[in-house]
Design a protein around this ligand. Structure first.
Ligand code: PMP
Length: 415
């Protein structure tokens, strides 16, 4: 990865890229939309929208149940999406990729199917203070059922994980370690390889929440060395209700199914049911077929751009936005890690985050305000909420300028 720099990349035709995203052309409250809520959900390129549309117009049928032509086409498209995802994250096999409704379902699957059967009183699950609730609450639920506890590794004021502490907390009672690859609030990139190495030394499985990493950087689960990697499709240009859990084959083979129903069985008898092999063992019921057709198109979009170009552009925008925000008196930025993805949380002294977000919206600027599903992180910083501007490769410097102008206006109104 290249270091952040401030010169404008010349090869990146952002206007051409923006033309692929129809929603970016709309206005809000009579002002051109400036969409800076990409960590919440990304906008979708026309290729994704058309893929979903074409699926329903021309190929709609259920998967794996019909031998007729449409059933075969739908199954091929759905399974093709699994192939694309497997290659996208460099899984060793397509059978290691469970298609889910998103990260939340992926992590819950690990909680109930991997962790719960292994946990006993006195055991622990390790997570961190900077996690999204999706990487905290499922662990609390299974801990409560099994008599285990949930421990949280600390971070420092800059919003970096204190890695030595995390490693120190990998004690023998820890049965599963968890960490986010990239923080949805701070943008911090965590040293997953190093953490995975330490977990491996101690025989502890590692789950990585990749929700905020996959939209910005190439992910290679084999190189990372983790055991589980969870992603969500709607933050990476895909439809809502799509995502995946990648897990090492040995884990998937040992895990009992979480949901029961159609599609996941080999044979059902009242005397006992046998299950399909992974990944289908974990995919009960009719999936979001059209959604995964869209997700395959989203992956193709990333591949056509390449992460090198995306990363250079986004890091440039991040550096520029950070620099501009730092010029505003009374503005505090949360999250100043050395390695960040383009997410900036901030507060303006004396102003409520929600009031500011509402006033910014009136000027066409979409940012998120609130706790960002990270209560423990808000508690760490001693604030109830922050504003968050999160960028994507289709954002521009001009949009950042418009955001800063709007912010200065809001500041005047509220001061
Ligand atoms: N983890 C992180 C880091 C996230 O940012 C999010 C979404 N805000 C999630 C998990 C949950 O993703 P989903 O709601 O798509 O399941």
């Amino acid at each position: 990865m290249t270091a952040p720099h401030t010169s404008t990349p010349t090869v990146f035709d952002v206007q051409r890229i923006r033309a692929d995203f129809p929603l970016l052309a709309r206005s809000v409250h009579g002002k051109p939309l400036v969409y800076l809520d990409n960590a919440n959900t990304s906008q979708k390129p026309v290729s994704v929208i058309e893929a979903v549309n074409t699926h329903y117009r021309e190929h709609n049928a259920n998967v794996s149940r019909a031998v007729h032509q449409l059933g075969e086409e739908a199954t091929a498209a759905y399974e093709g999406s699994r192939d694309k995802l497997a290659r996208f994250i460099n899984a060793t096999s397509r059978n290691e990729v469970i298609l889910t409704s998103g990260t939340t379902q992926a992590i819950n699957l690990v909680a109930y199917s991997y962790a719960l059967p292994r946990l006993k009183p006195g055991d622990a699950i390790l997570t961190t203070v900077m996690e999204h609730h999706a990487n905290i609450v499922p662990w609390q639920l299974v801990a409560a059922r099994s008599g285990a506890t949930v421990k949280a590794a600390p971070i420092d004021e800059r919003g970096e994980l204190i890695v030595e502490k995390y490693i120190e907390m990998l004690t023998p009672e820890v049965k599963l370690a968890c960490v986010t690859h990239v923080s949805n609030v701070l943008g911090t990139v965590n040293p997953v390889r190093e953490i995975a190495r330490e977990c491996k030394k101690r025989g502890i499985a590692l789950l990585v929440d990749g929700s905020q990493a996959v939209p910005h950087r190439p992910v290679d689960v084999q190189a990372l060395g983790c055991d589980f990697y969870a992603i969500t499709g709607h933050k990476m240009l895909g439809p809502t209700g799509t995502g995946a859990l990648w897990a090492k084959r040995e884990h998937l083979e040992s895990m009992p199914p979480f949901f029961g129903g159609g599609e996941m069985i080999r044979e059902v008898r009242f005397s006992g049911t046998t299950f399909a092999a992974p990944p289908h063992k974990f995919e009960a019921g009719t999936p979001n077929i059209a959604g995964f057709v869209g997700l395959a198109a989203a992956i193709e979009y990333y591949q056509s751009m390449g992460f090198e170009a995306i990363h250079a552009w986004e890091q440039n925008l991040l550096a520029y936005a950070t620099e501009r925000l730092r010029e505003i008196p009374g503005l505090r930025i949360f999250g100043e890690a050395k390695e960040k993805e383009p997410v900036i949380s901030f507060l303006l002294e004396g102003a409520q985050a929600t009031d500011m977000a509402t006033l910014l919206d009136l000027q066409g600027i979409a940012v998120r305000s609130g706790h960002h599903c990270a209560h423990p992180l808000m508690q760490f910083y001693g604030v109830p909420a922050t504003l968050r501007a999160s960028l994507a490769f289709y954002n521009t410097r001009e949009e950042i300028d418009a955001f800063i102008v709007a912010l200065l206006k809001v500041r005047k109104l509220l001061m």
